[in-house]
Design a protein around this ligand. Sequence first.
Ligand code: ZN
Length: 502
Amino acid sequence: MSELFEKLKPHLEQQFALGNALTLYGWDNETLAPKEAMENTAKIIGTLSALSYQALVNDEVRGLLSALKEPKEFDALSNVEQCIVKKLTKNFDRLEKIPADEYRAYSELTAKAAPAWANAKQNNDFASFAPVLKEIVTYQKKFAGYTKNAGMSLYDAMLDENEEGILTKELDVFFEKIKEAVLPLLKKVVAQNDKVDKNYNFRSYPVEKQREFCRFLAEYIGFDFNRGVMAESAHPFTTNLHNHDVRITNHFHEDNLESAMFSVIHEGGHALYEMGVDDALTLTPVGGGTSMGVHESQSRFYENVLGRSEAFWKPLFEKLQSTYPDALSDVDLTQFIRGINKAEPGPVRTEADELTYPLHIIIRYEIEKMLMEDMVSVEELPRVWNEKYEEYLGIIPKNDTEGVLQDVHWSGGMFGYFPSYAIGNAVAAQIYAYMHNEVNVKECLESGKLMPIREYLREHIHCFGSTKNMNELLVAMTGEPLNADYYTKYLTEKYTKLYLSE
Ligand code: ZN
């Protein structure tokens, strides 16, 4: 046992506890907190953030980490301890470069930005949100300037924070490949749309029944309600305190069957990841999912690869029909499967189908790059947003609520996050291609026994927490790092079979 590491532990515990309190406030602000709490809560969050910062960035921790990095000390650590020291050093270096007063002011700003964004979205009032967003962008650029490595652009630094080592250069190639495959495919698929009747989806689906069915779906894919809860928020999300307390939210629309069902499968996929982290890692800095991209691979694997397949619904469709007999009695499984996969350009990312989805991400990626390179101002965002939607999806959002204001991310300073969704799709397709060697996925789905799938993911991804990064996990599992070809092949085969093979 390393004496130095033992001395580090109380600092880790303190930072973890404060981080947990902040996470819990974040959850509360999105779900139950009263509107007028925010101003005072923002101050409390500011205080906690400052404490959390001091718990890690202090002379004692600095001394311990530099001593632990010495080969003699480092080699004596366990594998997990080594991962913790490496991760901590990275966080420490980053945090130390950001002045404490700026970090605190920024934390307060993003806490206030959440309701400012929600109001702006509700009232279709981008102008009221623009000054807040401008401040956030200024801070983000400043922080990226402090933390970026030599040779990185500001946006590279933001990307690197989300997915280690995946920078603008790689992503430009990655998205180019996706554009080349998706744009012509989408054109062909959309031309068949008059043969796909999806009207059933917009009939009346009582919210109470949706809640019940979504709870069932969560349990069906393996969400453990002894370790997790579900609540409601404007935008579905997952948060986790540790592997025994994982929380997801949903949002219900009476006139939309799919929206909440696929949200719960998506957020459930995130939750399974966190619940599956090894007990030996939880409550440590490596006790959560390794990156946004790998997280999205898990949620999108469940939502799209499994959840939108015919095999998944075969054992469930009767139950779905009997839950909503008035709305679904004249719909059969084939129509339903074609319906839930219908590709149709629309303005809202979270409601997008699997084929148009990456285009929503490409739009955000290109806009974020422009914003960080000063090629567009915050005030110009609504116009640029609409132009990109016209260019890639052939539509113009009818207002900013369904346009530039639709996503919560920028109000939380999450720049460089959106590409993770597309990376997640690609990782999911790559995993799927290899999973067949060990698990008969189709048989599992058709028999309604999903546990072998969850266990496979647990064994190869979940249990490691963040002791391995995305490419390390992929190489161990599939023999190669991220490769977008699996994703374009998966989309091409799936959509050709569904709509183009008659
Ligand atoms: Zn997600």
